[in-house]
Write a protein that binds this ligand. Structure first.
Ligand code: ATP
Length: 624
């Protein structure tokens, strides 16, 4: 196994310097395969040598034929013809050999860079992922990785060989003919290259704009398709199509401008080459007429020009493609420079395993500095006990869970586990200690088994089945024709809300962490399933530290402490009975929910006995 090169990736800047930096940072990934690179380069030089020799042999062949026909037929052609054939073949052979040897270098570089970007994206904060649109992001990565292959092949397979060939041709012309031929070739090439680079640089801005519009159109389409159901609910297919088309129109306009500028460039390049070829032939023809050059010489000069003309014609395209690839790679590398909002401290330590107490110590927090969400929130969850947080929608309950997971850092106060500030712990060890049943469960587009097993990838099948049983999922899975192998659809959309929630419970149970967070874990379940699961959750929470965010108060009445949050502040706290007795916000919420449940039960013709039967996690008799 080769070690991935430890190249620093370029910081986002602009212009030429940036391109060099991008190239420089790619270099170590390629140089890791030194032997192959050097062998490929040797093949390259040899192939070009053979290629340049072909017109020379051809010249001798023609000159030989012209002087003495008998000799030409008997001696000269036999050797030269064989050499001619051998050289032609060896050019192709060496080129293929180079490609075969180099293929592994390119593909490994692509693999290593893709993997790095992927790891980095997972290391970036939740804020980054919430703000970036996945469609645009994947497009950037896809284009970036594809461009690595293109860039390497363009530079190594096209630009470098062309430069080597140009050098050889100019050398041969200088050594054998009037300097005017080398001069014309050199001048034409210089003008050609300068023209191409200048025009291409101007076009790069147009390309960038087209790319951005392309990503934007793609992101819009993906966002719309992800929201398929919502679009249908509101009959907004036309509206969505119009929004997509708006983006497409801008993109089309940019692409058309792009094409105009491309044609202008191509015409200019062709004109430079045409003038150069004519001048060369003019000079050669004059010299043949005056006897200074042979017919073979004019064939040689012509063959050189044609031979150079072909790759030169591509040089413009290649330069553009290389610039484009560099732009794409730079964009992908730009992701690598996105600041990691949450990073392990240099001296971060591992959270010891075992029972853990949690402390929110005067925590203040804002997602956006202009809008504070939590104010001075202070509470403890002693190891093995359960604290429930209730409050109106938007009061900051789920935010507490996100902070405990350290998706964000607090701005004031601290969160501690067993006295360790979260910021002093490694994120790995912190997250290993916490299991969550989130409010909205999103599943991988894979089988049910895969999704449950995800909770602890090294768990045995028996353990997965036990967790499934504990989450009351077994009956459901048994009735599916494909059982555990049933695929759940994109984001788990083929399952009902309650089924998804039970999968989430099963995988949190499988993870078997010291701290459990239930973020409205049973909100999508009907009361019968809720009751059944509640008992399992209680069992699962036993001996663990649990933070329970609940909407239905009946599910948390046995918690060791209930925190009532209002607009980010703790307004009441205590046990269920105490809070009821206080007659404050909690008591009001309780009353309201009781009335609702009674009304619901009455409507369904069922006796309302749910509240008493449902309780959470705390030892019996926990109600004060
Ligand atoms: P609910 O019961 O509806 O789930 P909640 O009490 O759990 O609500 P939170 O999800 O904690 O509420 O959100 C608290 C506030 O923070 C809300 O007003 C929400 O708009 C805001 N908020 C949540 N996530 C973000 C975010 N990533 N960026 C900015 N604001 C956010």
């Amino acid at each position: 196994m080769r070690r991935a090169p430890s190249a620093a990736l370029p910081a986002p800047t602009t212009g030429e310097r940036h391109d060099w930096q991008t190239l420089k940072s790619l270099f170590p990934f390629i140089w890791a395969y030194k032997g192959r690179v050097l062998f490929a380069l040797a093949c390259l030089v040899a192939a070009k040598g053979a290629n340049v020799s072909v017109p020379i042999i051809f010249k001798h062949l023609i000159d030989g034929l012209t002087i003495t026909p008998e000799q030409a037929f008997i001696v000269v052609p036999a050797a030269l013809l064989l050499a001619y054939g051998a050289l032609r073949f060896s050019t192709s052979l060496l080129t293929e050999l180079r490609e075969v040897v180099f293929a592994r270098v390119t593909q490994q570089a692509v693999r290593e860079i893709s993997l790095r970007v992927f790891r980095h994206l997972h290391a970036l904060s939740l804020r980054f992922h919430l703000e970036r649109q996945t469609g645009g992001l994947t497009r950037d990565i896809e284009r970036g990785t594809r461009s690595i292959g293109s860039l390497i092949s363009y530079t190594l397979y096209s630009i470098l060989p062309t430069l080597i060939e140009i050098g050889m041709v100019i050398g041969i012309l200088l050594a054998n003919y009037d300097a005017v031929f080398a001069l014309i070739t050199l001048c034409a090439l210089t003008i050609y290259i300068v023209f191409t680079v200048k025009v291409t640089n101007w076009r790069t801005a147009l390309r960038r704009e087209a790319n951005e519009l392309d990503s934007a159109a793609n992101a819009r389409a993906i966002d719309s398709l992800i929201n398929y159901e919502t679009v249908k609910y509101f009959n907004n297919e036309e509206f969505e199509a119009r929004r997509y088309d708006e983006q497409l129109q801008k993109w089309t306009k940019a692409q058309v401008t792009n094409q105009y500028s491309l044609s202008a460039l191509n015409v200019g390049q062709a004109a430079i080459i045409a003038v150069a070829v004519t001048a060369m032939m003019w000079q050669a023809a004059g010299r043949v007429a005056s006897g200074e050059m042979t017919i073979g010489d004019i064939v040689l000069v012509n063959a050189f020009m044609i031979q150079l003309y072909i790759p030169l014609n591509f040089l413009g395209v290649l330069y553009r493609e290389i610039r484009q690839s560099l732009t794409d790679i730079e964009r992908m590398f730009g992701l690598m420079h996105t600041h990691r909002e949450i990073a392990d401290a240099p001296d971060a330590h591992t959270l010891p395993t075992g029972p853990a107490s949690v402390r929110f110590e005067n925590v203040s927090f804002a997602y956006d500095a202009k809008r504070p969400i939590l104010f001075d929130v202070d509470f403890d969850i002693p190891a093995g006990s359960t604290v429930a947080v209730v409050g109106h929608s938007g009061s900051g309950k789920s935010t507490l869970a996100r902070l405990l997971y350290r998706f964000y850092d607090v701005q004031g106060g601290a969160i501690r586990i067993d006295g360790h500030d979260l910021r002093s712990l490694t994120q790995d060890s912190l997250r290993a200690a916490i299991g969550i049943v989130p409010q909205d469960t999103v599943l991988f587009n894979d089988s049910l088994y895969y999704n449950i097993h995800y909770g602890r990838p090294n768990a045995s099948r028996e353990e997965v089945e036990a967790a499934t049983r504990a989450a009351q999922l077994e009956d459901f899975i048994r009735q599916l024709p494909e059982g555990y192998e049933t695929r759940v659809g994109e984001r788990g959309l083929k399952l009902s809300g309650g089924e998804k929630q039970r999968v989430a419970i099963a995988r949190a149970l499988l993870k078997n962490p010291a701290i459990l967070i239930f973020d409205e874990a049973t909100s999508a379940l009907d009361s019968r399933t809720e009751k059944a699961i509640q008992a399992q959750i209680e069992r699962a929470a036993e001996g663990r530290t649990a933070l329970v965010i609940a909407h239905r108060l009946s599910t948390i009445m046995d918690a060791d402490e209930i925190i009532v949050l209002d607009k980010g502040r703790i307004v009441e706290r205590g046990r269920h009975a105490l809070l009821l007795a206080q007659g404050g916000a909690y008591a009001q919420m309780w009353l309201l929910q009781q009335q609702e449940e009674t009304a619901d039960s009455a409507a369904a013709g069922v006796r309302d006995d749910g509240a008493d039967a449902k309780s959470f996690a705390a030892p019996a008799g926990g109600v004060a």
